[in-house]
Design a protein around this ligand. Structure first.
Ligand code: BGC
Length: 736
C-alpha cells in the first residue's frame, strides 16, 4: 500500500511537472519538494553487484541506502533485470521517487566491441569513430544503461602509460575531432532516444601527463601547456554537447582534480559554460587524503563539493559527511542546490523523469546485441584501424589462392585478447580470432596450418620446432604476436614497452626458415620493436580489433581493404625516448649537421621509429604542387592551402592527407609542427586530385605571453604530407 501511494506521488509530481514548461522549471518544482538529505542523495553514486572497477572500501547494503533516498546513481549495475529492480526501489520506495541514473564504462562497446579507442583513432575516420560509439550506445542503452564513462579524451605522449589505449593518442587537434565524434556517436541528437546514452569526457584534466607514464602519478605542467595541449579535446567535447565530465585520480600541479576549483569551476563552468554535471573518478574523494590535501573524509567532501564536483563515485564521502558539512556552514547550500540541479537536468534530458523504466525493456535487450548491422560496422572499423608499418617485397596483400599458409603466434587464436582493455559485456565466444578470420577468407583449396609457436609471456621454447616445421612447409607465414589484452589499460603502466622477448625469438627463428612473413601486431600502445622493424619484411599494426577483429584484419591481409590507418601516437625506438611526440619545441640547440652542442641522446637518434601520422598503403601516393593562395594573409582572411595528391601505385586506396603549420617566432616558443587539418581522400590507381585546406587566424591561436588565446602576426611554415615527418612545405605571413 505504501509503495502504491509513493508511486502515485511520483507520477503526480511527474504529471504536474510535465505541465510546467521547460526542464529548468520542472527541476525547480522537484527541488522545492526535496529535503537536504534527498539533495545530497542525488550526489551519491555507488557500485552495483558483479562488476568491480576500483577499491571497495565499504560493505554497505545499497538497497537500504536507495530506500533512504541516499543514492542518485549506480555504476556497474548490469542488465535490464537488475537495473529494473534497483530502479523500482528508487521509484516506488523513496519519498519522491526520483529515478536512478545507471553508468558504466562502455569504452569500445557493450556486447559487440569495436577496436579499442587508440585503434579506432588510427583510422582518422570520423565516421568510423562515431559509428563505433553509436553501436556501443545502442547496445548499452538496450541493456539498461543511461550513461557511459567515455570518451577518455586525455592526450597521451608517453606510451608507458597503459591508458593510452583508451584515448586518441598524442595530438590535441586529432584528439579534439575524435572527442566530438565520440560524444556525438554516444549521444546522437536526442538524449531521450532509446539508442543513445549520455557521454562523459574524462579524466579532467592532464591525467595522461602522469610522470614517468606511471598510472595515477603526479602531473605538473604550466597552465599554457595545459590549455594548449591537454584541454582542447575537453573543450571540443563541451562544444559537441557532452553531458558529463569525470575528474581524474591524480593531482595536477599540486591539486588533486577531484577538489580542483580552477578546473571544475573556473575553466569548465565559468569559461566554457558547461551545464552538465561532474562525477569524481572512483574513490577520488577519499584518495585526496592520501594525496595529502585533506586530513579526513569530512574535509574531502567539503573541498570537492565547493570546488564543483557534483557526484561522488563510490567513496561515500558525501553520503557520510555532506549533510553535516552544509549544516555546519562549511559547504554553502547553494553549492548543493547547483549540483543537484545539474544532475536532475541530465535525468530529465534522458527522459527518466517521465519514464524511469525507459531503458528497461527485456525485448530490446534481447534483440539489440550483435546485430548484423553492428557486426558489419565493427568489422569495417577493424580494417580501417589497421596501420601498415612496413611492406617490403609486397608480402601483403596475400593472395587467396595461396596453397599453404602457416598462421603462427600466441595472438593468432586469442579471442579474448582481441578485446583489449575494458571489455564491456563482451563474450569471448562472440569474437572472431585472426585464425578464424583467415579461415573465413580463403577457400578450402588453401591449406591453413596453425601453431601458437610459444606462450604469450613465458620463455618456453620447447614448441618452437613444431611451429618452424609448419613455417618451412608454407608458402607464406602470418605471424601474430604482441601484448596480451591485459597488458594495457588502467593500472597497467610498463617500463618496458617491447613485446615479450620469447615472441621476438620466435620471429627470428621463423624468418630463418621462411622469408615470406607477414607480421601482424596486436597491442594497445605504441611499442618498441626495432628488431622487427629492421628485419621483418612486412608489419601490420592491428591493435586490439574487437569482436570482428579476425575478419576485419583478414580483409586487410587479403587485400579486400587497402590499409589507410595512420598512427595517432609516435612509436619510439627505445623506451628511454619517452615521452615522445611530434609537436615538440625546437630548443636553443636543435639537431644540426656538424654541431656538437645539440639536444640529443648519445645512443639513439632524436626521432621515433615511426612518427605520428605514419602509415603505408598497398598503393603509393605522391604529393606535389603545394600552394598557398596568398603569401600574406590578414587576420580576418582565409588562407587556402592546396596540394596535388596522386595515387602512383597499382591499387585503389585512401590516403589521410595531413596539414601542419609552424609559427616561426612567438611571444612564447612554439612547437616545430602542429596538426591543423586532415582529410581522408580515396583515389583510384593512377588518379590524382587537388586537396584544399582552409586556414584562418583562429586556427593559429595559442596562449601567448599574457595568457591571451590569440594568433600572433609573423612568419609561418605550412606542411602537407602523409605523416608528420615526410612533408612538402611552403610559407605565408600573417599580417595585421
Ligand atoms: C577509472 C575510470 C572509470 C571508473 C569507473 C576508475 O578507476 O579511472 O576511468 O570510469 O574507474 O569504473
Amino acid at each position: 500500500m505504501r509503495n502504491a501511494i509513493l508511486l502515485l506521488t511520483f507520477f503526480i509530481v511527474s504529471i504536474a511537472n510535465a505541465q510546467i514548461k521547460g526542464i529548468e522549471q520542472r527541476i525547480d518544482s522537484v527541488m522545492s519538494l526535496m529535503t537536504l538529505e534527498e539533495k545530497v542523495g542525488q550526489m551519491i553514486q555507488v557500485n552495483g553487484k558483479f562488476v568491480i572497477t576500483g577499491p571497495q572500501m565499504y560493505d554497505v547494503d545499497y538497497e537500504e541506502q536507495i530506500k533512504s533516498g541516499m543514492v542518485g546513481s549506480f555504476l556497474n549495475a548490469v542488465g535490464v533485470d537488475y537495473t529494473r529492480d534497483l530502479q523500482r526501489i528508487a521509484v516506488e520506495e523513496t519519498r519522491l521517487g526520483i529515478p536512478l541514473l545507471f553508468g558504466f564504462d562502455v569504452i569500445h562497446g557493450w556486447r559487440t566491441t569495436s577496436p579499442v579507442p587508440i585503434a579506432e583513432s588510427a583510422s582518422w575516420d570520423m565516421e568510423v569513430v562515431e559509428n563505433g560509439a553509436r553501436v556501443a550506445a545502442t547496445e548499452a542503452a538496450a541493456a539498461g544503461q543511461h550513461w557511459t564513462f567515455a570518451p577518455m579524451v586525455d592526450i597521451a605522449r608517453d606510451p608507458r602509460w597503459g591508458r593510452i589505449v583508451e584515448g586518441a593518442g598524442e595530438d590535441p587537434y586529432l584528439g579534439s575531432k575524435i572527442a566530438a565524434a565520440r560524444v556525438h556517436g554516444f549521444q546522437g541528437d536526442d538524449l531521450s532516444a532509446t539508442n543513445t546514452i549520455a557521454a562523459c569526457a574524462k579524466h579532467f584534466a592532464g591525467y595522461g601527463a602522469a610522470e614517468g607514464g606511471r598510472d595515477y602519478n603526479t602531473a605538473d605542467m604550466s597552465e599554457r601547456t595545459l590549455r594548449d595541449i591537454y584541454l582542447p579535446p575537453f573543450k571540443a567535447a563541451v562544444d559537441a554537447g557532452v553531458q558529463t565530465f569525470m575528474t581524474s585520480l591524480h593531482e595536477l600541479s599540486g591539486v588533486p582534480t577531484a577538489g580542483n576549483k580552477f578546473l571544475l569551476d573556473q575553466v569548465l563552468r565559468k569559461e566554457w559554460g558547461f551545464d552538465g554535471f561532474v562525477v569524481s573518478d572512483h574513490s577520488a574523494l577519499n584518495e585526496m587524503i592520501n594525496h595529502g590535501i585533506v586530513e579526513n573524509q569530512y574535509d574531502a567532501s567539503v573541498l570537492s563539493a565547493t570546488a564543483g564536483c557534483d557526484m561522488d563515485m563510490q567513496s561515500q564521502a558525501y553520503f557520510t559527511h555532506l549533510k553535516d558539512a552544509v549544516q555546519a556552514g562549511d559547504v554553502p547550500i547553494a553549492k548543493v542546490n547547483t549540483s543537484v540541479r545539474r544532475i536532475l537536468r541530465i535525468k530529465f534530458r534522458m527522459g527518466l523523469m517521465d519514464d524511469p523504466y525507459l531503458y528497461c525493456n527485456k525485448e530490446r535487450e534481447k534483440n539489440s546485441m550483435l546485430t548484423k548491422e553492428h557486426l558489419a560496422i565493427v568489422r569495417a572499423a577493424a580494417s580501417k584501424s589497421c596501420v601498415l608499418l612496413k611492406n617490403e617485397n609486397n608480402i601483403l596483400p596475400i593472395s587467396k589462392k595461396t596453397k599453404i599458409i602457416a598462421v603462427i603466434g600466441p595472438l593468432a587464436n586469442a579471442a579474448r585478447d582481441m578485446n583489449g582493455s575494458w571489455r564491456g559485456q563482451a563474450n569471448n565466444n562472440d569474437v572472431v580470432s585472426l585464425l578464424a578470420g583467415i579461415k573465413n577468407a580463403v577457400s578450402s583449396k588453401t591449406e591453413i596450418l596453425y601453431h601458437t609457436g610459444c606462450g604469450k609471456k613465458s620463455d618456453d621454447k620447447t614448441v618452437f620446432q613444431e611451429a618452424l616445421e609448419m613455417a618451412k612447409k608454407a608458402d607464406v607465414v602470418i605471424l601474430a604476436i604482441g601484448e596480451n589484452g591485459d597488458q594495457t589499460g588502467e593500472n597497467r603502466s610498463k617500463s618496458n614497452i617491447g613485446i615479450p622477448e620469447i615472441q621476438i625469438e620466435l620471429a627470428k627463428e621463423i624468418l630463418k626458415v621462411n622469408k615470406n612473413v607477414a607480421t601482424i601486431l596486436f597491442n594497445g600502445r605504441p611499442i618498441t620493436m626495432k628488431w622487427l622493424a629492421d628485419n621483418m619484411p612486412s608489419i601490420l599494426e592491428a591493435w586490439y580489433p574487437g569482436t570482428q577483429g579476425g575478419n576485419g584484419v583478414a580483409d586487410v591481409i587479403f587485400g579486400d581493404y587497402n590499409p589507410s590507418g595512420k598512427l595517432p601516437a609516435s612509436f619510439p625506438i627505445v623506451v628511454g625516448q619517452c615521452p615522445i611526440y611530434y609537436n615538440y619545441k625546437n630548443t636553443g640547440r636543435p639537431i644540426r649537421e656538424g654541431f656538437k652542442w645539440q639536444t640529443k641522446y648519445l645512443d639513439v637518434p632524436n626521432k621515433p621509429l615511426y612518427p605520428f601520422g605514419y602509415g603505408l598503403s598497398y598503393t603509393s601516393f605522391e604529393y606535389s604542387n603545394l600552394l598557398v593562395n596568398k603569401k600574406e594573409v590578414h587576420f580576418k582572411e582565409e588562407l587556402e592551402v592546396s596540394v596535388t595528391l596522386k595515387n602512383t601505385g597499382k591499387y585503389d586506396g585512401a590516403e589521410i592527407v595531413q596539414l601542419y603549420v609552424r609559427d616561426l617566432f612567438g611571444s612564447v616558443t612554439r612547437p616545430v609542427k602542429e596538426l591543423k587539418g586532415f582529410e581522408k581522400v580515396m583515389l583510384k590507381a593512377g588518379e590524382e586530385k587537388v586537396v584544399t585546406f582552409k586556414l584562418t587566424s583562429d586556427d593559429l591561436r595559442f596562449h601567448n605571453i599574457d595568457m591571451d588565446y590569440v594568433a600572433e602576426k609573423g612568419d609561418f611554415k605550412v606542411f602537407v604530407g602523409g605523416n608528420s615527418n615526410d612533408v612538402i612545405e611552403s610559407e605565408f605571413k600573417l599580417i595585421k
